[in-house]
Design a protein around this ligand. Structure first.
Ligand code: ADP
Length: 660
């Protein structure tokens, strides 16, 4: 089947458009999901950052508060010990108290104006700066604090142990002049250890660094790397120190990555399935196209059929009728489909037979070579239909009903009837012709008894007129007259019987009697042609046949044989009629020793109006054949091998013993 290419192109374009919509939808959904994930991630990061900043600010404030507290206490101590002679005792008392309260202070020193240690707690050599030389950072802080008369933090410095320290210098005044210095040494790691609460280190790593990223102290629980950090200047120590807090918690992206991967995978899956669906739809659309074309082709075929088609299901409901069936019956498809028996096209007067046939069909016993039935058109007109029923098998090989092809054979029937009538007429005409041909012989034949009657009659009259007529003389003559009159009557009856016009009918008849009758008929003619007729007829059972028709066949064949022997020497003019009894049929043969039949003549022998005779009609053999075939027999011709001239002919025909 060829489909217009534009059509299928158009279809696939439409399909492409149809599939583009879900594709676009999926892409947009994917983008929206990724954007949502990104936004969530950003929010989370921002929240974490905010909470980090808050925590750092809190820590810084806490440290500052603590250091300020210590500053205040030292300041107080500086004031108390300034004028007191018992200053050293007070110093010890208060310093001890302070160290106890602030374990992050490693040592508290009391220096005099020249940076010599007046007292220190704890004392024994632990002091970072016992000889007061100390690290330069400490000296610098001492100087600045002395000069300004204000408390001052030193820059951070490292001792041998690698620990970083910061010192707080608080000047001691005596009579408004700096008389000494109180120094609190803070090891930065201890400061962090004591002042940063445990929960803070659970979340963050805390470092004290300077501008050059040099680390002075750290408090950490675990080693981790994260970009999320916040730095804030570490005041009050100042000197460029920074408090750096890094969040351990790097936002865990695994779940997010997994989600993204899953979304992409799912989207890919959806795309793949869309692709497959597209492929399937393409195939399906191609199949549909082919199916449509196939359907259109079949519909066109069905519509152009002149044979009516009717399908019924197993229960006998009409499930389909084609237009030809509708035209034939005059009912529309909608009037017929779904109908149950009796159907509207069944002839009411044959309802019983039709229903019986319907049931035979449903039982699967419909004749294979079809059956004839009378149907009725919607306008009431009857028509003859030839119906062939076949099983309706569906695509799965299941028997679902019965399909009938219905032929309107009314015309054919009519034509057949006409032909039959014409054939009958022809047969009758042929018999008349035969009679006409035999008329002179018959007249001659009839003449003999009539002449005999006339002469017996004259004899009787003479006897009577002589007056000597005794009844015993006249009676034999009168008896002969009667016999001759019977003979003449017989001839006339035969002629009458032969030309009688009658309907062909098969009734049991004795072939022997038919042949005898025929021979009686042809006797005179045979005598005239000097033909000897030999007969060989065994005892035969009666056969179903039309006696008159068989007579016509025999008469035709016998007369043809006699005519064929016109040139045969009179002594050899023998015509033989024989009958053989077979198992199912009788074989009748009529053999002559005549001129025989040439090959070209033999071919046309049984054609109507073929004759080689000047006054022949050429319909005899064709009628013989149709009569024999009417009796369901065969007629053929053979050469007669026994003919002395070597050119005789045998016509043979069979007749079945039983009616078919
Ligand atoms: P018709 O006798 O009127 O010619 P038929 O149909 O009886 O018509 O015969 C047709 C032709 O067949 C005859 O003209 C003849 O040539 C040939 N024919 C028929 N019977 C014989 C026969 N027994 N021997 C030779 N020819 C025959």
């Amino acid at each position: 089947m060829n489909h217009p290419p534009q059509n299928s192109q158009g279809n696939s374009r439409r399909l492409g458009w149809l599939l583009a919509v879900p594709k676009l939808g999926i892409v947009l959904l994917l983008v929206a999901l990724l954007a949502l994930l990104w936004l969530l991630h950003r929010n989370e990061a921002e929240e974490e950052r905010t909470s980090l900043i808050k925590d750092v600010l809190w820590l810084e404030q806490n440290l500052r508060f603590h250091l300020n507290g210590n500053e205040e206490q030292l300041q107080q101590l500086a004031l108390e010990i300034a004028d007191l002679p018992t200053g050293q005792r007070r110093f010890r008392l208060r310093a001890e108290h302070m160290l106890k309260n602030s374990p992050d202070i490693a040592q508290i020193l009391w220096l005099d104006r020249s940076r010599q240690v007046v007292d220190a707690l704890p004392t024994a050599g632990n002091e970072p700066d016992s000889n007061a030389a100390g690290p330069p950072a400490s000296a610098r802080a001492f100087d600045v604090a002395s000069r300004l008369g204000k408390r001052q933090y030193s820059a951070p410095y490292f001792l041998e142990g690698g620990r970083a320290f910061v010192e707080l210098h608080v000047p001691v005044f005596h009579e408004r002049r700096v008389s000494g210095m109180l120094v609190a040494a803070y090891p930065l790691d201890t400061l962090l250890a004591n002042q940063v609460p445990w929960w803070f280190t659970e979340k963050y790593k805390v470092e004290i660094v300077d501008d050059n990223d040099l680390q002075y102290a750290t408090k950490t629980r675990i080693q981790g790397n994260s970009d999320l950090r916040y730095e804030i200047p570490f005041d009050p120590p100042g000197s460029g120190l920074l408090l750096r807090v890094t969040s351990y918690h790097s936002p865990d992206n695994t779940l997010q990555r997994l989600l993204v991967a899953a979304i992409i995978l799912l989207a890919a899956g959806v795309f793949l399935s869309l692709w497959m669906v597209r492929d399937l739809m393409k195939k399906r659309s191609r199949a549909e196209e082919a199916l449509r074309a196939e359907h259109a082709f079949r519909a066109a075929m069905e519509d152009s059929l002149t044979v009516g088609m009717r399908a019924r299901d197993l229960e006998g409901h009409v499930i389909y009728v084609n237009p030809a069936f509708c035209t034939m019956t005059g009912f529309s498809a909608s009037e017929l489909v779904g109908h149950t028996p009796p159907m509207p096209y069944w002839a009411p007067e044959q309802l019983e037979e039709t229903l019986a046939m319907h049931q035979t069909v449903l039982a699967g016993k419909a004749p294979l070579d079809g059956f004839e039935i009378t149907f009725m058109r919607k306008n009431g007109e009857r028509f003859h239909a030839l119906v062939y029923e076949a099983k309706l098998i569906d695509g799965n090989g299941k028997h679902t009903g019965w399909m009938a092809s219905v032929l309107d054979i009314t015309e054919r029937k009519h034509a057949e009837e006409l032909a039959r009538q014409q054939q009958e007429q022809l047969q009758f005409t042929s018999r008349l012709v035969t009679m006409g041909e035999m008329a002179s012989t018959l007249a001659h034949e009839l003449n003999q008894p009539l002449a005999a009657i006339a002469s017996y009659n004259t004899g009787c009259l003479n006897l009577l007129s002589s007056g000597q007529a005794a009844p015993q003389d006249i009676v034999p003559a009168l008896e002969k007259i009667a016999a001759q009159a019977q003979r003449a009557g017989k001839i006339i009856r035969r002629v009458h019987d032969f030309v009688r016009k009658s309907e062909p009918k098969r009734a049991p008849c004795q072939l022997g009697e038919v042949i005898e009758d025929c021979l009686g008929f042809i006797e005179a003619e045979a005598r005239k042609h000097q033909v000897r007729i030999e007969c060989d007829i065994p005892t035969l059972p009666p056969i179903p046949a039309d006696r008159l028709m068989l007579e016509q066949v025999l008469l035709n064949l016998i007369r043809n044989g006699m005519e064929a022997m016109a040139a045969t020497p009179a002594a050899d003019r023998v015509l033989r009629v024989a009958v053989e009894l077979g198992t199912n049929e009788l074989l009748v043969s009529v053999s002559d020793q005549g001129c025989g039949i040439a090959a070209d003549v033999r071919e046309k022998l049984f054609t109507a109006f073929f004759t080689t005779k000047q006054e022949g009609m050429g319909i005899g053999l064709s009628i013989c054949r149709s009569i024999v075939e009417f009796h369901r027999g065969r007629l053929w011709v053979e050469e007669n091998p026994l003919s002395p001239s070597g050119s005789g002919t045998i016509f043979r025909f069979t007749l079945p013993l039983e009616a078919a």
